[in-house]
Design a protein around this ligand. Structure first.
Ligand code: BDR
Ligand code: CA
Length: 309
């Protein structure tokens, strides 16, 4: 079997940057396109960061298209407290050596799916605005998507409110569209991404990797500092790379199939992914929800991918 074709939708973001590098360094994946969305920072910054990261690792042949600059029906909430003013603070990396594609994210996703013989996995690791917009504009192309492997949500606690995880909180209406799309979904929520904490030992291992290892470790040192200040622990979760790993090496993620509904209105619970773990709603399941990550296997896969860059 050849490499699996994928499209990454990102809002870099430190863990998004690592997810991009992981996808580029994995012989098991064929990264066909990258789309950007507003989330961790405004769209101009997340697009600049995606282009800079791909330039740094010499992957300038992959088309990068900018997408939504704000959620479907709300004002944008960003996360400079976690990712810094640029959206990717920490080690200075050079400006991009290539330009974004002229197409919009929705157009690029559509063209990429049309042009692929095999169905393509969509890996959205920011707010789900672009994916929802794509599904609305091109329902006829749904059959070309093999799976949506998303980073977002939680079966338990949130990280932006007590109930909601950031990506879902920012655009709950978009998330609801995606969860109700009928597409096969793997949800890597905080329950599993917090099992991928980049502690000091893992950051040092990355630092000693050679090539991009030092930059990645530097990004994660910055990320560790903001996590320490915001949440009181300094092993920042590699949230977004888990959604990449779930396509690359699905056996690393133990999942349970269940119904997930997104709360869009609750005063206290907006953006909550309400996971019917016990099957009490009687509604048909719509997601394979990550419940356990093989942490050692995940970090080995990450190192293996980055080493190849
Ligand atoms: C998610 O929010 C962002 O800050 C990260 O990049 C990740 O996608 C974690 O809640
Ligand atoms: Ca992200």
């Amino acid at each position: 079997m050849g490499p699996k074709p994928v499209i990454l939708d990102v809002d870099p973001g430190h863990d998004d940057a690592v997810a991009l590098m992981m996808a580029c360094g994995s012989p098991g994946l064929d990264l066909l396109a990258v789309t950007t969305v507003a989330g961790n920072a405004p769209l101009a910054k997340t697009t600049r960061n995606a282009l800079r990261v791909l330039s740094l690792i010499g992957h300038t042949g992959v088309p990068v298209a900018a997408g939504a600059s704000k959620p479907l029906g709300r004002a944008l909430r960003t996360a400079e407290d976690i990712h810094g003013e640029s959206g990717l603070d920490g080690p200075e990396i050079p400006e991009a050596s290539f330009e974004p594609d002229e197409r919009s994210a929705v157009e690029l996703i559509a063209d990429t799916l049309r042009g692929s013989v095999e169905p393509v996995a969509l890996i959205p690791v920011g707010p789900l605005t672009n994916v929802a917009a794509f599904l609305k504009a091109h329902p006829d192309l749904k059959g070309k998507i093999s799976r949506v492997s998303l980073m977002g949500g939680s079966m338990g606690l949130g990280n932006t409110t007590p109930a909601a995880e950031f990506n879902i909180y920012v655009d709950p209406e978009a998330a609801r569209e995606v969860f109700e799309s009928g597409l096969p979904i793997t949800m890597s929520g905080l329950d599993v991404t917090h099992q991928a904490g980049a502690d000091k030992a893992q950051r040092d291992r990355l630092r000693n990797l050679g090539n991009v290892g030092e930059v990645v470790a530097g990004f994660l040192d910055f990320f560790a500092g903001t996590y320490e200040r915001a949440f009181g622990f300094d092993a920042p979760p590699l949230h977004d790379p888990v959604a990449v790993a779930a396509i690359l090496e699905p056996a690393l993620l133990r999942t349970r199939t269940m119904r997930v509904d997104v709360e869009c209105k609750g005063d206290l619970t907006r953006g909550e992914t309400v996971c019917d773990v016990r099957g009490v709603t009687g509604k048909p399941p719509n997601a394979d929800v990550g419940v356990e990550l093989d942490r050692e296997g995940f970090f080995d896969l990450l190192h293996d991918s980055l080493r190849r860059l």
